[in-house]
Design a protein around this ligand. Structure first.
Ligand code: SF4
Length: 872
């Protein structure tokens, strides 16, 4: 049917006819139809007719004309040159100080200027004094014009006006016919040019289909997701039933395709995937989605830009992590494991940012990585401060080559196309020398990033029978069947969106796009009419709900009959997740025993073994034998563990100086404070770079207060002297080698020892030493191996909310918070039995998923997905 309509249209063409369309897609389709027609007539060669979108035609006329008129040397700005010029104008304006988003403002101002050109409004019009915004815009537009005039530049929104004058003066040849196919509207400036051609003898034909779809129905669906899924199922059933799987068989029209692209692609891929398979490469499926994505959203381009920025002084660890994991860097495959270990090490060390120089001096075993970064830095250090954009592009390519971008593995077809397009963009950037002064490195990168984000790219895919596309692209295309989704009352017509830089009254008066709701309504009505005339079978759908908001059908669907799911032919659909679930056959196999530990197995962990085995046997097995460790997330500033270490170090230094409780008691307060300050400074300096002055002094202030309070508490105890600090003992419990590091051992007046374990966190209770599964077995273990001289153990709780020495003792120590227990020997025996059992269980491979307290033990554990406690 469409073929005959297309043939009617193409038959109107003579040897000197230009056929214009509103978009590239319709032009390409008509050209392909023209070629088919020639072949069906037995021709083997023919001249390609001028069938092209109107903007390309204007550009072509300009190129032909300037090629002839050698005196005419005006430069036609490219879209990128134009947007950069707008941004420069706004940036240099005194009004820019008040603007937060200059590039967004430049975009809107550029669009406003284009509208005014196309609607032939003079920028000097007094109406622009109406608002502050329009006044500001008027200033920018005058400046933009002034720069263009001075440099003899023009932009594409002026083309039609310039060409019109030359048509009128016969400097541009008029074709015999111009056919306009598929236009919904034509702007005044273009109409004037077309009129000029008409005046010069050209026959002007406005071509529209006038066939109403015999089948036009509407359907309501629960929500947007269901709408997409139903449309996909309908497209699949229609495709499968069609005898001829020709291109442009089915059109799926999505008005908000740019925002919905990812959901549409996912749902169509699910619906069209074969029974039990799912493909990530949708080019093998019979549909094609028209919306592209910006270049910066593709990882291969994003990585290239991040790589170029490596010369900056400080690189965020998230970026370094991405680069270390990226396949788009030299030797990424070869060094994958080493780079991953290196990344984890940086995270463990709580490094949040660092320079590349520091990174490569960080004893990395990734020799290829280090070599490439070194090459980059060597080249980078030779660069001057500023270059023209074209020079920067040459340096950028060189830097990327040194880094081995885009990696050692072969690129797939999509990655290859993206890379080529981005390299073309780098070439296009050469032309920016016209509008940009020499730039600094960061400026050049910034421009490249922005242009990459602006450049929409869609990898090529074979012509497909099912096309998913936006409304404007779908008009007049040769579909046999069309489904248009998303036509609810809030979207169709959409709310007006007048340009903020043009006075609203002017936009209303000239009936500019998106100016008023009346205009939007008429425009959408026209689109619906054209869609209905494009095919014989059309379905319109709308969602009933958007989250909690109830929606109604667009008023423009009022005269269309309602249909139901039962009336439509839909393919069956079971989501991949449901498919997998439906085929499940579970085998249950309980395996809670790991192999017993062999003498050859090197077991590290020390007291941790008992602690983990008591907390959860599976945790002990996973962490200590399988080495399933969590990946740390670095945080800015000190972590709780760092603060704890600082307190430990400061106290060690203080007691090294004071040694004895009598010294503490006799020291004047100012002397004590001096010691605290010196030791605190030393302890903090081991963790915080002294260049972070403000942070350093805040931490110092906090630490000094805590330590003074702690030492005040210690001064109230009966006399003691420091016997050991950070005391290390190596021993074995059965075959398990243990290394202890005891924070502090005090020798009391009677010569016995009190062991102190500093705790800077909250919730450390002495009950954690008791029971069959003790949370803190370190001090009980130490009591077992250290013999008779131990008379007590205590937590030294050093926290602003809880400052105390809390523990148990064999004899009365005259410290209120240390309780004497009468059955000390029995307690030692109990600990012996408990700890030996835990040690034996670990050695024998007992690895049950059995947390001591599911709500607390599991909350502090990172192994949920491994042990599947939640499934249990
Ligand atoms: S999440 Fe709970 S059950 Fe799982 S290993 Fe950790 S502590 Fe054990």
């Amino acid at each position: 049917m469409w073929n005959s309509r297309a043939h009617n249209l193409l038959n109107l063409m003579t040897a000197d006819t230009t056929l214009l369309t509103p978009n590239r897609r319709l032009a390409a389709t008509l050209l392909s139809e023209f070629n088919q027609l020639q072949m069906s007539q037995g021709k083997t060669s023919w001249q390609t007719p001028p069938i092209l979108p109107l903007p390309s035609w204007l550009q072509q006329l300009w190129n032909e004309w300037t090629a002839k008129e050698i005196t005419e040397t005006a430069l036609l700005l490219s879209p990128n040159q134009k947007s950069i010029l707008w941004e420069t104008v706004i940036r240099q304006s005194p009004l820019s100080d008040a603007l937060l988003q200059i590039s967004e403002t430049a975009k809107l101002a550029g669009a406003a200027y284009e509208l005014l050109q196309l609607w032939e409004v003079h920028i000097d019009d007094p109406i622009f004094s109406a608002t502050e915004d329009s006044q500001a815009f008027q200033e920018w537009a005058k400046q933009f014009k002034k720069i263009c005039r001075k440099n003899n530049w023009i932009d594409d929104s002026q083309l039609a006006s310039i060409l019109e004058k030359n048509v009128a003066s016969k400097k541009i040849k008029s074709p015999e016919k111009i056919i306009l196919a598929g236009f919904t509207e034509i702007v005044p400036q273009h109409l004037r040019l077309l009129h000029a051609f008409e005046q010069s003898g050209t026959e002007l034909i406005h071509y529209h289909n006038h066939v109403s779809a015999p089948f036009a129905k509407k359907i309501n669906l629960v929500n947007e997701e269901t709408e997409i899924e139903t449309m996909a199922r309908w497209a699949k059933a229609t495709y499968e039933a069609a005898p001829n799987k020709k291109p442009y068989l089915i059109g799926c029209v999505v008005p908000k395709l740019e925002t919905l692209r990812e959901s549409v692609l996912r749902i169509f891929s699910d619906v069209f995937s074969e029974n039990n398979t799912f493909t990530l490469d949708h080019t093998s499926l019979p549909f094609n989605i028209s919306a592209g994505k910006n270049l910066l959203s593709f990882p291969i381009v994003k990585t290239a830009i991040e790589l170029l920025k490596l010369g900056k002084n400080n690189i965020d660890l998230t970026v370094i992590s991405q680069i270390l994991k990226s396949p788009f860097l030299g030797e990424a495959e070869k060094e994958r494991v080493k780079r991953s270990h290196f990344e984890n090490r940086l995270k463990r060390e709580n490094i949040t940012s660092l320079s590349m120089k520091k990174l490569i001096s960080h004893h990395s075993s990734c020799s290829y990585f280090v070599k490439r970064i070194q090459q980059y830095l060597d080249y980078f250090s030779q660069l001057k401060k500023t270059y023209s954009m074209s020079e920067w592009m040459t340096h950028f390519v060189e830097l990327l080559t040194l880094l081995g971008w885009p990696g050692e593995r072969s690129l797939n077809s999509q990655e290859y196309q993206i890379t080529q397009r981005w390299l073309d963009l780098l070439l296009e950037c050469n032309s920016l020398d016209t509008v940009l002064e020499p730039q600094r490195f960061t400026q050049a990168i910034e421009w490249l990033t922005r242009l990459s984000a602006k450049t929409i790219f869609q990898p090529q895919s074979p012509e497909a029978p099912i096309q998913i596309l936006g409304v404007l692209e779908a008009i007049e295309l040769p579909f046999e069947k069309i489904w248009v989704m998303g036509l609810d009352d809030t979207n169709w017509p959409a709310a007006p969106r007048p340009n903020p830089f043009i006075p609203t009254s002017l936009q209303k008066m000239l009936n500019m796009p998106h100016a008023t709701s009346e205009r939007e309504l008429i425009y959408c009505e026209q689109l619906i009419k054209q869609l209905k005339q494009s095919t014989q079978h059309i379905i319109f759908s709308y969602p009933e709900k958007n989250e909690e908001v109830r929606l109604r059908p667009s008023v423009l669907l009022n005269d269309i009959e309602l249909t139901s799911l039962a009336e439509l032919s839909l393919s069956d659909f079971v989501s991949p997740a449901q498919k997998i679930f439906a085929t499940h056959q579970l085998d249950y196999f309980t395996d809670e025993m790991a192999p017993p530990i062999q003498t050859s197995e090197n077991i590290l962990g020390g007291t941790h073994i008992f602690k983990q085995q008591a907390a959860c046997p599976f945790k002990a097995f996973s962490e200590l034998r399988l080495h399933a460790r969590s990946i740390e997330t670095p945080t800015i500033g000190l972590r709780a563990i760092d603060r704890g270490n600082i307190v430990h170090t400061a106290l060690e230094l203080i007691w090294k100086t004071i040694q004895h409780s009598t010294t503490l008691l006799t020291l004047p307060e100012n002397e004590l404070r001096k010691i605290i300050r010196t030791c605190s400074e030393q302890a903090i300096a081991s963790m915080i770079d002294s260049s972070q002055q403000r942070y350093f002094s805040l931490e110092l202030e906090r630490l000094e207060k805590i330590l003074f309070d702690w030492l005040t508490l210690e001064s109230e105890r009966p006399g003691f002297k420091i016997a050991f600090q950070e005391h290390e003992i190596n021993t074995t419990i059965g075959p398990i080698p243990i290394t202890f590091r005891i924070d502090r051992i005090d020798e009391l007046q009677d010569g016995t020892w009190l062991i102190i374990d500093y705790k800077t966190g909250k919730n450390n209770k002495i009950k954690n030493w008791f029971g069959e599964r003790p949370d803190e077995p370190q001090l009980p273990l130490y009591c077992l191996v250290s013999g008779e001289n131990i008379a007590g153990i205590a937590f030294g709780k050093i926290h602003p909310d809880e400052m105390t020495l809390e523990g148990i003792s064999r004899d009365n120590m005259n410290i209120k918070s240390i309780k004497t227990i009468s059955e000390w020997k029995n307690q030692l025996h109990e600990w012996k039995v408990t700890l030996e059992k835990l040690g034996d269980d670990f050695l024998n491979g007992i690895a049950h998923v059995d947390p001591k307290e599911i709500n607390t033990t599991c909350n502090h554990c990172h192994l949920h997905t491994f042990c599947r406690i939640h499934e249990k």
